[in-house]
Design a protein around this ligand. Structure first.
Ligand SMILES: Nc1ncnc2c1ncn2[C@@H]1O[C@H](COP(=O)(O)OP(=O)(O)OP(=O)(O)O)[C@@H](O)[C@H]1O
Length: 293
């Protein structure tokens, strides 16, 4: 088999880790294994176009997204409909999609996955005919939390924990109407998740019915609950038994429209989009092939 040609797309500001040595580690790994490679850095401006141009020019068989979930989604968007593989080098604060597949964060172990790549083809979700989601989108609590995290200008796991505690003290519920292909329901909820994957980067399972290749998305509803029930719900979440909780509801569908009574913050794969009153989500079956351990 001919050796892979690899394009590394690195977000230099993702997460809080020191990346000064990364280019050298990548170069040493590729040269040692006789892999042809190129490295580009994102700038936060025109990145989608720059990645497309680099792919056109370089024609890699694997594109590595080195960054957090935002970078992974940005790179994936440029690969939809192509046979090129997407590999993930987790450098973000939470690394949700990478933790879903237990992709190693440690650079040397991660790069070894490129030598004889094992892959899985997964679905994606198109949000409001515009944004791509491979992982989790949500309205309400978690989106507000990410917004707070960004507003405070924090990065890294400690900053995330600080914002989490602050947001937990100010939980609130909104009203949601959820229309799937076969159901229509109304809920008072603190958070509604549109899920391709199963868990956040923290490990909390929000979607116990996750199958990333089944052509379906899940809509997961977290109803308002009193403080003294929080621990029980968290327990149900971490052991994957959320459906036992009366404060949780789930719908499976390939398409959904969610409308809210008041504007709710929407986040897609870790990026805060805006406050919205309507979200439409549709599955793209078999959208992308990912390198996994
Ligand atoms: N060189 C850069 N300078 C400033 N911003 C950048 C640069 N490159 C990318 N960005 C921005 O970084 C964001 C994506 O960050 P990403 O999700 O990869 O990391 P993170 O936010 O640290 O991780 P996580 O999503 O796990 O919290 C995008 O908003 C993108 O525009």
């Amino acid at each position: 088999m001919s050796k892979a040609s690899i394009l590394f797309v690195i977000n230099p500001i993702s997460g809080a880790s020191d990346k000064d040595d990364l280019d050298r580690v990548i170069a040493r790994f590729c040269e040692r294994n006789e892999l042809s490679f190129d490295i580009m850095k994102t700038t936060g401006e025109s990145d989608a176009q720059n990645i497309r141009e680099a792919i056109d020019q370089y024609q890699p068989s694997i594109v590595v997204a080195g960054g957090g979930d935002g970078t992974v989604t940005l790179v994936a968007e440029q690969l939809i409909g192509s046979t090129r593989m997407l590999a993930i080098l987790p450098l973000g604060s939470a690394n949700g999609l990478a933790s879903e597949f237990e992709i190693p964060e440690e650079w040397d172990r991660n790069l070894k996955l490129l030598l004889d790549p094992k892959t899985i083809t997964i679905d994606a979700i198109r949000i409001n005919d515009e944004h791509l989601s491979l992982h989790l989108c949500d309205l309400g609590f978690n989106a507000d939390l990410i917004k707070e995290f960004e507003r405070e200008g924090q990065r890294g796991k400690l900053g995330y924990a600080r914002s989490f505690v602050k947001k937990m003290a100010n939980r609130r519920a909104g009203r949601f109407r959820i229309v799937t292909e076969s159901t229509s329901s109304r809920h008072k909820a603190e958070m509604v998740v549109i899920a391709n994957a199963s868990r956040y980067g923290t490990g909390a399972v929000v979607n116990p019915r996750c199958d990333l290749s089944d052509g379906l998305l899940e809509v997961c509803v977290f109803k308002p609950l009193p403080w003294y029930k929080l621990l029980a719900l968290t327990w149900h979440s971490f052991v994957g038994e959320l459906e036992d909780s009366e404060y949780f509801a789930i719908y499976q569908t390939s398409e959904v429209t969610i409308t809210t009574q008041k504007p709710e913050t929407l986040q897609v794969d870790g990026e805060v989009i805006d406050a919205v009153t309507e979200v439409h989500a549709k599955v793209i079956k078999g959208a992308i092939t990912i390198v996994v351990p």
